[in-house]
Design a protein. Structure first.
Lengths: 762, 160
């Protein structure tokens, strides 16, 4: 086993883990056995890909084409974009297409874990093949019906046309015959050329759920309606790893509507996706359950995390990044050069990003029904197979005895790929066989019991040459690792964490060192949209801006000089074995594409123009999820330190642009979410407990604070390139662009997120 | 027993009078277009109209709306302004996850009824109680402005 595959837990393998069925990939003994070739991309994911049209497409006699959306919709538009690809290739009319949602079943549909910005990246080509195969089967059926050569027929917008005679047969008339034909093999498929695409890349297709959403008819996980359903909320240990010491439920049981109390055992071993334990109150409606919960008298044993304190932890991180850590990448001798550099040519800075909560507008929620046969679940989850596996393990069932119905997600952002709340509902339902239980998390529950984005401190040091460009670069990260939820006590950042914009820094700097400092985790740490790119891009992109100002260079010109001429850099050559699961050969870091997004965002913002007094422009850019993103933010700061975001320019090169309209939507949303975390969002702990509880103290951007101008610039789009991610890549550059703009406007360098009132008090 | 007037229909609830309207709608009447987001009138996902006023149903007891007219997102297709607002939302593909959008549409419809040609600032003020975590604010603003143009165009046409 090479270092490439044995370096530890990769994100994709963690995402396959489920409560009680956790398998961590740690590699085998080097040289003991012949090594299987490393798999990349979709082939490395559980379930892989499926491209059988009989699985994804059915056609009714009336011509209605039903396409299966096998991946859950959390707002990225995947329920539209992938079926749209099928419809395009099969020449289906979009107004005759119906989309149905698949339940959890990776063996049938291929990978269903909507995480890591992979849906279009991994399923664009398989869905093209599904559509093309269906089209060819319809054409073959028509040719047979007419007794004419296949070459004389052509599928055109829901009909097959016999060109010489002008005869036509509708898809509904051909469906039964076509379904009996063999599915053409991949080598026989005739995919459309990009010029023939009717929907792909065009932005003509509206979202399949738009009308239902606008009319209040869309069904989210929280909206599941199951006959004879009862409702539950849970009192959970306020500290992760805490346990119930004493319970008095007498008063709770007196609350009108309360039906019963169910204890949920504390989790064993690593937290993974297991419920936290606690006491469920089941009632006739959610309000009664909440009143019942308020009447519980509970004493908790806080356990080992009861002293977790954010202020104290910050001190531990600050001490950690001042010491040499574990070397993750080393070229030349960066520490020596930095130590020897004269003060004028040396620079260092530390950047802080706090814990963050996903705060999806729909809190975690699941409905479960346990019967003698098994368990049926209705929920909003990014990862249906993990929910299925988690429930099966907790209830002692086989996965095939657990049916997971996938409803719309009211936001996901990574939170809903951890199905602890689904298992929790199933455990309560197990205590009431035959009665469906809808278990709702309140907003307090969501803020108090999340899987938090890692609190992160990054230290950057550099020595620069006469031209102001770095000759030596040292980056030391200190953040609790996500792997700690799968291996209790884990302190070392995993390759997939440092591989997100720390290790794979692509600039041509002769001396580079990247180090991991170890710090412990005292909360459930989880991935949050764009994950470790948030702190790493914040730190490195603010640092580059600082170096530019130190060199008295324009930050845009400095960034372009640092990016350098167009070249393809292998992530593997940088020591990055992660590269978002993709092959370093097929997906190198292309500095030409990086330059192009920087130029597009800065051109959109008219970088270099004269700005009004108090205004400033800031730039940042990143490579993440094998896409390229850049942001320019314009801010205005008044004499009192009041900040207004005037405009944001977002540029993205994600390779082929399958659904440009939804790509732009993701870019707009990333601008808002990035500003939220840059300006005001922060989770802090005291005595092991999260101090915030709702949107009054965990604040996110509101209408009045949002920029009135967000320009989106789609760059590249070459359909011959391999597709990159869309949901996450636009997010990382937003916060550093904002704080770089603040510096340009005010001369104040803010290195701690969120900005909060730092301008007013400075 | 409380008698409610929901979307111009008489409905009765056996829940105690202090039960928030939100949970009566969702859990008892099975009307799930009205969403739970925060329970403290902080996010606007649960917005309904009570006698035409945008109201947070998560902190509004069912007893307090007895005999008053409650309109939810499910009613907006039957509302002259609501219908135009919904259409603007659909045409501009406003929603991402869509969870908050019912509340956003009710807030927008109430704004346009009171202020048919809202300024940017009036949009900010009317809409800032409604959080969207996906970040659809720019499109919400555009959709309100589109609906406003259509409604005032229609009004001008009716006068002529």
């Amino acid at each position: 086993m090479s270092a490439v595959t044995a370096t530890g837990v990769q994100r994709r393998q963690m995402l396959q883990a489920s409560a009680g069925a956790l398998t961590l990939f740690v590699g085998t003994n080097a040289g003991a056995q012949p090594e299987p070739p490393q798999k990349f991309g979709a082939a490395s994911m559980s379930g892989g890909t499926v491209d059988n049209p009989l699985v994804f497409v059915s056609i009714a006699a009336d011509g209605t084409v039903t396409i299966v959306a096998h991946r859950a919709e959390m707002g990225t538009g995947v329920r539209t974009s992938l079926p749209m690809v099928v419809a395009d290739e099969m020449e289906a009319r979009w107004d005759r297409v119906r989309v149905v949602q698949a339940p959890a079943d990776e063996a049938r549909y291929g990978n269903q874990n909507v995480d890591g910005s992979r849906s279009v990246r991994h399923f664009f080509e398989p869905m093209r093949r599904v559509g093309a195969a269906a089209r060819q089967m319809l054409e073959t059926a028509a040719a047979a019906r007419w007794g004419v050569p296949l070459a004389e027929v052509q599928a055109v917008q829901h009909e097959v046309l016999h060109r010489p005679t002008g005869r036509r047969l509708g898809y509904g008339q051909l469906a039964a015959d076509a379904a009996k034909l063999p599915v053409p093999g991949n080598s026989e498929l005739r995919l459309k050329t990009p010029a023939q695409w009717a929907y792909i890349g065009k932005g003509r297709v509206g979202g399949v759920d738009m009308a239902a959403i606008a009319r209040g008819q869309a069904t989210y996980g929280i909206d599941a309606q199951v006959p004879r359903m009862v409702f539950a909320v849970v009192a959970r240990p306020p500290v992760v790893g805490g346990r119930l010491r004493r319970l008095d439920s007498a008063e709770a049981l007196k609350v009108a509507g309360v039906l019963r109390i169910v204890e949920i055992p504390a989790f064993q071993g690593p937290a993974a996706f297991q419920p936290l334990g606690g006491v469920a109150v089941v009632a006739r409606n959610t309000w009664a359950a909440m009143q019942g919960r308020a009447a519980l008298k509970i004493e908790w044993d806080d356990g080992p995390n009861g002293s977790y304190d954010s202020a104290a932890f910050r001190q531990r991180q600050a001490a950690a990044v001042k010491q040499p850590g574990t070397v993750a990448r080393n070229e030349g001798d960066a520490p020596k050069l930095i130590a020897q550099a004269p003060a004028a040519q040396q620079h260092s800075a530390e950047y802080f990003v706090p814990h963050l909560a996903h705060a999806t507008m729909e809190p975690p929620v699941a409905t479960a029904l346990v019967t003698a046969q098994g368990c049926e679940v209705w929920t909003s989850t990014q990862n249906p197979p993990a929910a299925q596996g988690g429930v099966a393990a907790a209830l002692g069932l086989k996965p095939e005895q657990v049916k997971v119905n996938v409803l719309l997600l009211g936001g996901g952002f990574g939170r809903k790929s951890k199905p602890d709340y689904v298992t929790e509902a199933a455990l309560v339902a197990k205590a009431m066989p035959g009665t469906p239980v809808k278990l709702v998390w309140t907003r307090d529950d969501d803020i108090h019991h999340g899987y938090y984005h890692a609190v992160s401190l990054d230290r950057l040091e550099a020595a620069v040459g006469a031209d102001g460009l770095p000759l030596a670069w040292l980056h030391r990260t200190a953040a609790p690792t996500i792997t700690s939820i799968f291996a209790a006590g884990a302190k070392a950042a995993a390759p997939f964490e440092t591989g997100m914009s720390a290790l794979n820094m692509p600039f041509a700097i002769p001396n580079v060192r990247v180090e991991r400092a170890e710090v412990e985790a005292h909360a459930r740490i989880g991935w949050f949209r764009s994950v470790a790119n948030i702190p790493h891009v914040f730190a490195t992109q603010c640092f580059v801006d600082e170096l530019a100002h130190k060199a008295k260079k324009d930050p845009l010109q400095y960034a372009l000089a640092l990016i350098g001429p167009a070249r393809k850099v292998s992530p593997a050559a940088l020591g990055d074995v992660f590269n978002y699961s993709e092959s370093p050969v097929e997906y190198p870091i292309d500095t030409g594409r990086m330059r192009a997004v920087v130029e597009a965002a800065s051109r959109g913002a008219r970088w270099g123009r004269r700005l009004p007094k108090g205004h400033g422009l800031g730039l940042a850019f990143s490579y993440s999820f094998v896409s390229y993103a850049a942001t320019v933010v314009e801010v205005a700061v008044d004499a009192k330190g009041e900040l207004r975001v005037v405009a944001v320019d977002m540029a993205l090169d994600c390779g082929p642009q399958v659904n440009p309209e939804r790509i732009r939507a993701q870019m707009e949303g990333a601008a808002i979410m990035g500003l939220s975390l840059a300006l005001s969002s922060e989770i802090t702990f005291e005595n092991g407990r999260v101090k915030q509880s709702n949107f009054h103290d965990y604040t996110v951007l509101r209408h009045g604070q949002a920029p009135r101008v967000i320009r989106t610039h789609l760059v590249g789009g070459d359909p011959s390139l391999l597709p990159g991610g869309v949901g996450e890549p636009p997010l990382p550059p937003v916060a550093p662009a904002l704080l770089n703009a603040v510096f340009a406007a005010t001369g104040k360098r803010i290195r701690n997120l969120p900005l909060g009132d730092q301008l007013a008090s400075a | 027993m409380t008698t409610l007037k929901i979307n111009d229909q008489s409905r009765t609830t056996t829940s105690p009078g202090e039960t928030p309207l939100l949970w009566v709608l969702r859990d008892e009447l099975g009307m799930c277009g009205t969403k739970f987001g925060c329970g403290m009138a902080l996010c606007g996902a649960c917005t309904v109209h009570v006698d035409g006023q945008p109201t947070r149903s998560c902190v509004t007891t069912c007893a307090s709306v007895a005999g008053r007219s409650v309109h939810t997102i499910e009613h907006m297709q039957n509302d002259r302004v609501g219908r135009v607002v919904q259409q603007a939302w659909i045409e501009l593909n406003v929603a991402q996850c869509g969870y908050c959008q019912g509340g956003q549409i009710l807030a927008a419809a109430a704004l346009l009824k009171a202020t048919p040609r809202p300024s940017e600032r009036q949009i900010d003020e009317a809409m800032s109680g409604n959080i969207c975590r996906c970040g659809t604010y720019p499109r919400i603003r555009s959709a309100i402005q589109l609906a406003s143009r259509r409604l005032s165009g229609a009004a001008a046409g009716a006068k002529a």
